[in-house]
Design a protein around this ligand. Sequence first.
Ligand SMILES: Nc1ncnc2c1ncn2[C@@H]1O[C@H](COP(=O)(O)OP(=O)(O)OP(=O)(O)O)[C@@H](O)[C@H]1O
Ligand SMILES: [Mg+2]
Length: 261
Amino acid sequence: MSDAPLTKDPADAAPLAEDLVVLDSVNKHFGALHVLQDINLTIKRGEVVVVIGPSGSGKSTLCRAINRLETIDDGTITIDEKPLPAEGRELARLRADVGMVFQAFNLFAHKTVLQNVTLGPVKVRGVAKDEAEAKARQLLDRVGVGNQADKYPAQLSGGQQQRVAIARALAMEPKVMLFDEPTSALDPEMINEVLEVMQQLAQEGMTMVVVTHEMGFARSAANRVVFMADGRIVEEAEPHQFFDNPRSDRAKDFLSKILQH
Ligand SMILES: Nc1ncnc2c1ncn2[C@@H]1O[C@H](COP(=O)(O)OP(=O)(O)OP(=O)(O)O)[C@@H](O)[C@H]1O
Ligand SMILES: [Mg+2]
């Protein structure tokens, strides 16, 4: 893996101060189920927030709401001070600002790795094909899969596919990257290669929201841990404080279960 930065120029990153993603009193129901309950969460530019919590607590729904893959019932979500647009070109542009990497590999199966990475910039950002390809090859090199550019996703390992998914999201030059359990479908030996890429991104100042059970990553990369249970944010703290000294019984209980592994 090359040491070159994954983002354009880390010096471009603004200092940690500005609010980039702001959720204000966000509520969401699935029928009778209140999956997001009065969520208030502010993510600053350059901040890495790890979201943890039991299954069904609303972590994925939270990520999907930030990308407007899910609508919300009330409250507001703003990105760089702009409210999430409802639809159309504005929404496509917003999605380009919010990169997302999911648990299941969601590359386009019938397109090559290179095509997967160039599609968004060409179609949504209007970048010229040559330029998009040059940039894509650079990004693929940086996540360590530069030699796989002409293969199809099925010819790659899970870890390689997730690194392509990260390169694909980065190709749009997003303002924030959302990761929803990006390593939980991977064989154990492939987890670290993906976490290393994420760690490098974090160090370069990318704003990141990461849902993960990888507590080592949370400890070393996160500025803040957000603990969710039953659709609520129960606790928020710096990693060392959260892991060494959780305040709520819910968090204590959750940590005692997952740290046994
Ligand atoms: N499209 C949907 N329709 C109905 N209910 C849903 C839908 N998506 C999620 N849910 C429910 O909403 C709750 C929160 O789901 P969500 O996927 O956000 O949880 P999670 O914290 O990501 O869980 P996990 O750790 O298992 O991924 C769950 O009870 C889930 O069953
Ligand atoms: Mg989930």
